[in-house]
Design a protein around this ligand. Structure first.
Ligand SMILES: NC(=O)c1ccc[n+]([C@@H]2O[C@H](COP(=O)([O-])OP(=O)(O)OC[C@H]3O[C@@H](n4cnc5c(N)ncnc54)[C@H](OP(=O)(O)O)[C@@H]3O)[C@@H](O)[C@H]2O)c1
Length: 315
C-alpha cells in the first residue's frame, strides 16, 4: 500500500485507541494526537508492540487550545507531506462537573468538541488537499436526539464567561449542544471543502464501552447511569470498525456531508409534524435525525462563531 496517513485525536483511550489499533494493523501511518504525552506513551508502546506497526507516531495535541492546535499542525506539516484521514474523536464530557474555561477563555466543552475540530481541520486543509482520497470524520453522539423536542435550541450563552449564568450551566447540556453544533459544522465544512475533494462526515455513536477512567470522570449521579448503560454498550472495537469503514472503504469514497448511524446507514432529516408512530421511530430508531440540524440561521451562527473564536484562516 502507498503510505496512507491518519490522525486520530484522543487516541490513547476508548474508541480512539481501538481505532488506532485497527488502522495500525491495516498498515497505516497513524498519528496518535493526545493531550497527555507521558500517559499516552504507555498506550503508544502497547499498540506498537501489539500491532508490529513501526509507523505509529505520538504527538501532543490539546483540542481545546488554539495554541496547541497550531503547534501540532505546524509540527505535523514539517514531518509529513500530506494527510489522508483526519478523525476528530477526542471529546470533553465530564458530566456533572462545574463550568470551566479553556486556555482561550471559551467554555471547555465547546472549545474541545467544536472549535478545536474546526481549527484543526482548517490548519490541516492544505495537507488534506494533497491526498488522493482525503476524508474527515467527526465523532457524533445520539444525544442530538434531544433536539426532536421542538422547544430545544443550542444555548450559546455559556460560551463566554461574561455572558453565562453558571447556575443554569451543565456539561451534559453543553455536550449535547456541542455535538449538534458539530453536526451542523460537518455539513457546512462538507460544502466548503467540496471543491478540494475532501469528504467530511459524522458518525452518530449510540454507545461504546467506556473505560473505568472515563467513568471516573463523571460525578456520581451521572456515573451510576453510565455504569448501567455501559453493560449494554457494544465494544469500542465495533465503533472503531465503523471509523475505519467510513474513512477507507470504496463504497463511501464519494459520500460527503452525511450522518452515519452505527450500522453505517445514512441518516435522513426527520419529517415535520410526525404522528405518534413516526415520533416513536424517531426516538428509538436509527434512521433519522432532528430537522433542527438544518436551521439555516443556527448553521450560520455556528460557522461564524467557529471563524471568530478561532480567528483562523485556511492554511
Ligand atoms: N462511549 C460512548 O458511549 C460514546 C457515545 C456517544 C459518543 N461518543 C463519542 O465518541 C468519542 C470517543 O469517546 P470514548 O467513549 O472513546 O471516550 P474516552 O475513552 O473518554 O476518550 C476520549 C478521548 O478524548 C481525549 N480528550 C479529551 N479532551 C481532550 C483534549 N482537550 N485534547 C485532546 N484530547 C482530549 C481523552 O484524553 P485523556 O485520556 O487525556 O482524557 C481521551 O483520549 C467522543 O467524541 C465521544 O463524544 C462516545
Amino acid at each position: 500500500m502507498q503510505e496512507k496517513i491518519v490522525i486520530i485525536t484522543g487516541a490513547n483511550s476508548g474508541i480512539g485507541k481501538a481505532a488506532t489499533i485497527q488502522f495500525a494493523k491495516a498498515g497505516y501511518t497513524v498519528v496518535m494526537a493526545c493531550r497527555n504525552f507521558e500517559k499516552s506513551r504507555q498506550m503508544w508502546e502497547e499498540i506498537t508492540t501489539e500491532t508490529g506497526n513501526k509507523s505509529i507516531d505520538l504527538m501532543t495535541l490539546d483540542t481545546s487550545s488554539s495554541d496547541s492546535i497550531r503547534t501540532f499542525a505546524t509540527a505535523f506539516k514539517n514531518k509529513y507531506e500530506k494527510l489522508d484521514i483526519l478523525i476528530h474523536n477526542a471529546a470533553y464530557f465530564n458530566h456533572g462537573h462545574p463550568y470551566q474555561l479553556s486556555t482561550d477563555g471559551i467554555e471547555l466543552t465547546f472549545a474541545t468538541n467544536l472549535f478545536g475540530p474546526y481549527l484543526l481541520s482548517m490548519q490541516l486543509h492544505e495537507s488534506l488537499k494533497k491526498s488522493d482520497d482525503p476524508r474527515i470524520l467527526h465523532a457524533g453522539s445520539n444525544i442530538i436526539k434531544n433536539f426532536f423536542n421542538p422547544g430545544l435550541k443550542i444555548d450559546f450563552d455559556h460560551l463566554r464567561e461574561e455572558n453565562t449564568t453558571k447556575k443554569s450551566f451543565s456539561v451534559y447540556n453543553s455536550y449535547r449542544d456541542s455535538k449538534m453544533a458539530l453536526w451542523m459544522l460537518t455539513m457546512k465544512l462538507a460544502e466548503e471543502f467540496q471543491n478540494d475533494g475532501i469528504k467530511v462526515n459524522m458518525l452518530e455513536i449510540n454507545g461504546a464501552k467506556m473505560s473505568k477512567e472515563t467513568l471516573r470522570k463523571f460525578k456520581p449521579r451521572f456515573r451510576v447511569i453510565a455504569v448501567i448503560q455501559n453493560l449494554f454498550f457494544p465494544t469500542t472495537e465495533t465503533m472503531a470498525e465503523n471509523y475505519y469503514e467510513i474513512c477507507t472503504s470504496d463504497r463511501f469514497k464519494d459520500t460527503n456531508g452525511k450522518l452515519f448511524n452505527h450500522k453505517l446507514g445514512i441518516m435522513q432529516p426527520a419529517q415535520n409534524n410526525p404522528d405518534f408512530k413516526a415520533q416513536f421511530t424517531q426516538l428509538f430508531g436509527i434512521e433519522v435525525y432532528p430537522n433542527y440540524a438544518h436551521d439555516p440561521e443556527t448553521i450560520e451562527k455556528v460557522w461564524q462563531l467557529c471563524v471568530e473564536l478561532t480567528q483562523n484562516q485556511r492554511m
